[in-house]
Design a protein around this ligand. Structure first.
Ligand code: SF4
Ligand code: SF4
Length: 433
């Protein structure tokens, strides 16, 4: 695609990088065939190619975008299905990340949107505040139907629908010191996952320790910054990245780390990208690249070290939902299925497994109408497999799918832990397996 950026604008390295990405696009439109928003809305401006045109015009102009341009870019899920499909290798993810930051810095959103975004950015990345917000949701729930009827308040209705009715107790799971270990790994503690499903961390620690791994929870580490990164709040995202880099580098200086493991694939994509995000920061560029180089989805590491022998081997049919951030963002596709099969589960994939479930970080709260359609479609596709259980690798996908499906939804590691000697996942009925 030809570009016409004024030379002075290309002095900005982010702008120069975006220009190079745009120039790789050959307008072929192949990407539209796998874009969930184009599929639903049928508007070229809600396709990857249409959005690339909009982003090109916006960035070339150097001006504040119009509300219409913001609307089409906001509707993008950042699912990166288009990047998987693109034959020209267009790095859509980094382009849309830059566009979101550009919008955040130059566009004044209506008051309601600003308040909603500030609420999400000030709550979700902080486990204590998030837990409190979930408890307060009980007071808002009686008004959910009213919120649903008032356009600007629909995101509140979506938030209430997603909030669990019972907030789980904090997990007391903590690694133990092993007399001898085969490897040493740091496990991301994260933000939303331990509040919504504390049992995922407990299962991960048990499973890794059963594999002879020393597990480290690095003091000072927290939210990876992904949620605010995808809202264009770059300063907040980079602060989170620097804090985590410091925490993990301190662990590496204590003793070598074989990997930094992540059980939320959206967070894994972001941590693998810390090297890119902090490339312009001389104090952090190298350290961030070191962290990214050893960041792995938990499934990748389990495949590397091998599972302990299956002891319980429950004869269950598992519908595997591959999170977009895992299959398109990290290009991890086969490994989770192979692990589940190695643990003797019967694993099936739904039709259109490449399409997003509509969770996408904060998307299901910011774009509830589109997210609902995608969630209903995904739950229906999974349901047609008549599984005993749905498994995934991202708490966002699990929460979204559970909203529209009556089938128990668990994390991959909960099943692997169970099959190798751990307890039955709490979401499964007592008579299962
Ligand atoms: S990231 Fe997903 S929603 Fe956005 S343009 Fe690409 S395929 Fe479409
Ligand atoms: S598939 Fe790639 S090259 Fe073709 S229009 Fe989409 S982004 Fe551009």
């Amino acid at each position: 695609m030809q570009t016409h950026f004024p030379p002075e604008r290309l002095a900005d390295s982010d702008m120069a990088a975006s220009e190079q990405i745009i120039r790789k696009c050959v307008h072929c439109g192949f990407c539209a065939s796998t874009c969930p928003t184009f599929d639903l809305l049928g508007d070229e401006l809600d396709s990857p190619r249409g959005r690339i045109y909009l982003m090109k015009a916006m960035l070339e102009s150097g001006e504040a975008p119009t509300p219409d341009v913001v609307r089409h870019i906001d509707r993008c899920l950042s699912c990166l299905s288009c990047a998987t499909t693109c034959p020209s290798g267009v790095d859509y993810g980094h382009l849309v990340d830059h566009a979101r930051t550009y919008i955040e810095q130059r566009y004044r959103r209506p008051l309601g949107q600003r308040l909603l975004r500030a609420l999400l950015a000030g709550t979700l990345p902080y486990p204590r505040r998030f837990r409190l917000a979930l408890r307060l949701a009980a007071f808002g729930r009686p008004f959910a139907r009213l919120f649903e009827r008032i356009g600007p308040l629909r995101p509140l209705a979506a938030m209430l629908a997603l909030a669990p009715r019972h907030v789980p107790a904090r997990s007391s799971a903590h690694p133990v010191a092993l007399p001898a270990c085969k490897g040493r790994v740091a496990l991301l503690q994260g933000c939303a996952e331990p509040v919504l499903r504390p049992e995922i961390r407990a299962a991960t620690i048990r499973l890794l320790e059963r594999c002879g791994q020393e597990v480290v929870l690095a003091p000072g580490e927290g939210c990876c910054g992904s949620l605010v990164h995808h809202m264009g709040r770059e300063a907040q995202a980079l602060d989170a990245a620097r804090r985590n880099v410091d925490a993990w580098i301190a662990q590496m200086e204590d003793a070598s780390l074989d990997a930094i493991l992540v059980t939320v694939s959206g967070c894994g994509s972001t941590i693998k990208d810390y090297g890119h995000m902090l490339r312009g920061d001389p104090a952090y560029a190298q350290k961030a690249a070191r962290v990214s180089a050893i960041a792995l989805d938990v499934s990748e590491y389990l495949a590397r070290i091998g599972l302990p022998s299956a002891v319980a081997a429950p004869a269950l049919t598992v519908a595997w939902h591959p999170p977009c951030s895992l299959q398109h963002g990290q290009k991890v596709t086969e490994v989770p299925v192979q692990l589940l099969r190695a643990a003797s589960f019967n694993v099936l994939l739904p039709a259109d497994a490449h399409l997003c479930c509509g969770s996408a970080g904060t998307y299901n709260m910011l774009q509830p109408a589109i997210a609902r359609q995608l969630g209903e479609r995904k739950a229906a596709a999974l349901g047609r497999l008549t599984p005993d259980v749905i498994a995934s690798g991202n708490i966002g996908c699990m929460t979204q799918i559970a909203l529209y499906s009556g089938v128990p939804t668990v994390h991959l590691v909960e099943l692997l832990d169970w099959a190798t000697g751990g307890p039955r996942p709490a979401a499964l009925p007592a008579d299962m397996g």
